[in-house]
Design a protein around this ligand. Structure first.
Ligand SMILES: [Zn+2]
Ligand SMILES: [Zn+2]
Length: 71
């Protein structure tokens, strides 16, 4: 069973990853390691009808980013 990650919608703030630092509104919290990352940081794996499968840039675990969840 894959973990699902839900985007955090907030005002544009800097990515918590120090080697990124992108100011963006696309923020996510990894359900595996609880680290924050932004839309520029995650690693896209595949796309299917449920959403995008992505990998955490920190722990490299896979999770699903559902396309049907809109803020
Ligand atoms: Zn980032
Ligand atoms: Zn992680």
């Amino acid at each position: 069973m894959k973990q699902v990650v839900v985007p955090i919608v907030a005002e544009a703030t800097e990515c918590p990853r120090s080697d990124c630092g992108t100011k963006t509104t696309d923020h996510f919290i990894c359900p595996h390691c609880n680290k924050g990352f932004c839309g520029n940081c995650f690693i896209a794996v595949t796309e299917n009808e449920q959403g995008n499968e992505i990998k955490c840039p920190e722990c490299k675990e896979k999770m699903l980013l559902p396309t049907n969840i809109k803020a």
